[in-house]
Design a protein around this ligand. Structure first.
Ligand SMILES: Nc1nc2c(ncn2[C@@H]2O[C@H](COP(=O)(O)OP(=O)(O)OP(=O)(O)O)[C@@H](O)[C@H]2O)c(=O)[nH]1
Length: 453
C-alpha cells in the first residue's frame, strides 16, 4: 500500500507563547502584542517559574529575557533543553546585551533566535511568526518520522537499508525475528553474511550498475534466496532489493519468509508422485523415472529390467474379505516391492488397481529374474489367507520380467509390452510364477550372439 504524502495529524490549537521577563512593563507590552496577534499567552517573571509553566502547558514558543535575577535566561534555556518534555520548544532570547559573544552564548544554549533590546515590536512579531512556521514544519516532519518508524517497526516483513558495499545500515525488528538476532547485531553485518558468495556478488554487481550506469533502469523484483540466519541455519526467503532513489548508493531490501510456502510446495510435489493408498511411487512418477533411466541406459549401454506384477485372483479376495481388507493386502504387497528396490536406480510403483511395476537400472536378465523370484516368494510368505484362490491358500502374484539394452532406435513402450506379455503368460501357466519376456532389439541380439559364442 503506498504511503500517503503527509499523515493526518490532530488539528493544531492556536499557538501558545510563554513570555519570560523580570520587568513587568516589558511583560505587559509583549503580552498585549502577542494577544493582538491571536496567540494564547503565558507569562513568568523568573527562570524557575518559566520552567515550571513550560513543563505544564508545553507552549509552542518561549520569549526569554537573558538578564534576570536568580536563574538567568541562559541557564533557564539550558534546563529547558535538558528536559525531554521541553527540549523541542523553540526559545527566542531578548536582551540588551547584543555583543557577538552574548549572541553566540545564547545560540549555544540551544536558542533558535536572539532579539536585541530595545525591542521593535514589528520585528518581534515577524521573528515569532517565522519560528512558529519552522516549528510547524519540524513538528510535522517529526510526527511523520514517528509514524514511519511505527510502521517499519510493526511490519511483518523484514526491511533493511543496505549500502552499495553490501553493509547493512539499518534492520527493522522483523528482520531480527527472521534471522534470529537483534536488529543491532544485523547492523554490524553485510549481505555476504546472509547470502551465498555467488548471490552476494550478483547483488553487488547490481548495486554498482545502479550507481555507475546512468542509462541502467533497475527492475525491482522478488527473488527466492536461501538466507543464513545468525545461528547458521538456512531459511528460504523472498528478497526484493531496489535503490532508495535512482542512482543512489543506498538500497532498500524487503525480506519475506517463505519457509511454510516452500514446505507445502515440497509436500505437494511429493504428494503428486506418491500413490495415496500404498505410499509407494505412482504411475506418473514411474513413467518419468523410466524415461530418465531409459535415456541413461542408452548412453551407458547398461541393461534395463522391467518387472510387471499382478496380484492373483484379487477380485475373489475382495469378494471374500471386503474392499478394506483388499486395500490392506495391496499395502502389504507394495511394502514387499519397496523393500526390493533399494538402489537409486531402482523404483517400485503401483501402476493401477492390483498391478505393480519395478524398474531395475543396470540389471542383467539373470539378476532381474532372481529379484522377481524373490519378490514372488516374499509375497506368498506374507501368508495372507486367500481361501477362494484356486492357485494357493495365500495371496500370490504373477510376474513378467524383461531386460533390454536400449538404443536410439528402440521405443520404451516395447519394454512394457514385452513385460506385460510375460506376466500374462505367467497367469496362463497357472499364476504364482515368474515368466521372462523377450524384446527383440538389435543391441540385445548382438550381446546374445557374443555370449553364445
Ligand atoms: N481393494 C482394492 N481392490 C482393488 C483396487 N484396485 C483394483 N481392485 C480390484 O482388483 C480386482 C482385479 O480383478 P481382475 O482384474 O478381474 O483380476 P483378478 O481377480 O486379480 O484375477 P487375475 O488377475 O486373473 O488373477 C478388481 O476386483 C478390482 O476391483 C484397490 O485399490 N483396492
Amino acid at each position: 500500500m503506498p504511503l500517503p504524502a503527509t499523515f493526518n495529524t490532530a488539528p493544531r490549537r492556536d499557538a501558545a507563547i510563554l513570555i519570560v521577563d523580570d520587568a513587568p512593563a516589558n511583560l505587559g507590552m509583549l503580552r498585549k502584542m502577542m494577544t493582538q496577534q491571536g496567540y494564547q499567552t503565558f507569562v513568568a517573571t523568573s527562570g524557575e517559574r518559566a520552567i515550571s509553566i513550560a513543563r505544564r502547558v508545553h507552549p509552542d514558543l518561549i520569549l526569554l529575557d537573558v538578564v534576570m535575577p536568580g536563574m538567568d535566561g541562559l541557564e533557564t534555556c539550558r534546563q529547558l533543553k535538558q528536559h525531554a518534555s521541553t527540549q523541542r520548544i523553540p526559545v527566542i532570547f531578548m536582551s540588551a546585551r547584543s555583543e557577538t559573544d552574548d549572541v553566540v552564548a545564547g545560540f549555544d544554549t540551544g536558542a533558535v533566535d536572539y532579539i536585541s533590546k530595545p525591542l521593535r515590536m514589528a520585528e518581534v512579531c515577524a521573528r515569532v511568526r517565522a519560528q512558529l512556521k519552522i516549528r510547524d514544519t519540524s513538528d510535522t516532519q517529526h510526527e511523520q518520522a514517528q509514524h514511519l518508524r511505527t510502521i517499519v517497526d510493526s511490519m511483518a516483513e523484514g526491511l533493511m537499508i543496505i549500502e552499495g558495499t553490501g553493509r547493512i545500515q539499518y534492520a527493522n525488528p522483523a528482520c531480527g525475528r527472521y534471522l534470529g538476532c537483534s536488529p543491532e547485531t544485523l547492523e554490524k553485518k553485510s549481505l555476504g553474511d546472509l547470502l551465498s558468495p555467488q548471490v552476494t556478488q550478483e547483488y553487488l554487481d547490481y548495486f554498482a550498475r545502479c550507481a555507475n550506469e546512468p542509462e541502467f533502469v533497475p527492475q525491482p523484483g522478488a527473488r527466492e534466496v536461501v538466507v543464513r540466519q545468525c545461528d547458521g541455519t538456512l531459511r528460504d526467503m523472498d528478497l526484493t532489493l531496489a535503490p532508495m532513489a535512482m542512482h543512489e548508493t543506498l538500497f532498500i531490501g524487503l525480506l519475506h519468509d517463505i519457509t511454510h510456502h516452500k514446505q507445502s510446495e515440497t509436500a505437494l510435489q511429493r504428494a503428486a508422485l506418491v500413490d495415496p493408498l500404498t505410499k509407494i511411487a505412482n504411475r506418473r512418477h514411474f513413467d518419468t523415472f523410466v524415461e530418465m533411466e531409459w535415456q541413461r541406459a542408452i548412453r551407458s549401454g547398461e541393461p534395463l529390467s522391467l518387472v510387471v506384477l499382478d496380484v492373483d485372483h484379487f477380485k475373489l479376495y475382495n469378494d471374500s474379505f471386503g474392499h478394506a481388507a483388499g486395500d490392506l493386502a495391496l499395502q502389504k504387497v507394495a511394502a514387499v516391492l519397496q523393500a526390493h528396490a533399494p538402489r537409486a536406480t531402482d523404483l517400485a510403483a503401483r501402476y493401477g488397481g492390483e498391478e505393480f511395476v519395478l524398474l531395475f537400472g543396470e540389471t542383467s536378465p539373470a539378476a532381474a529374474a532372481a529379484l522377481a523370484e524373490d519378490i514372488r516368494t516374499a509375497v506368498e510368505a506374507l501368508c495372507l489367507p486367500h481361501p477362494r484362490s484356486t492357485t494357493s491358500g495365500w495371496v500370490t502374484c504373477s510376474i513378467g520380467v524383461v531386460t533390454m539394452l536400449p538404443t536410439q532406435l528402440d521405443q520404451v513402450e516395447d519394454l512394457f509390452i514385452a513385460a506385460d506379455r510375460a506376466m500374462y503368460l505367467a497367469k496362463e501357466a497357472g499364476r504364482n510364477q515368474v515368466r521372462l519376456g523377450d524384446v527383440r532389439n538389435s543391441a540385445w541380439e548382438a550381446v546374445k550372439a557374443l555370449v553364445m559364442r
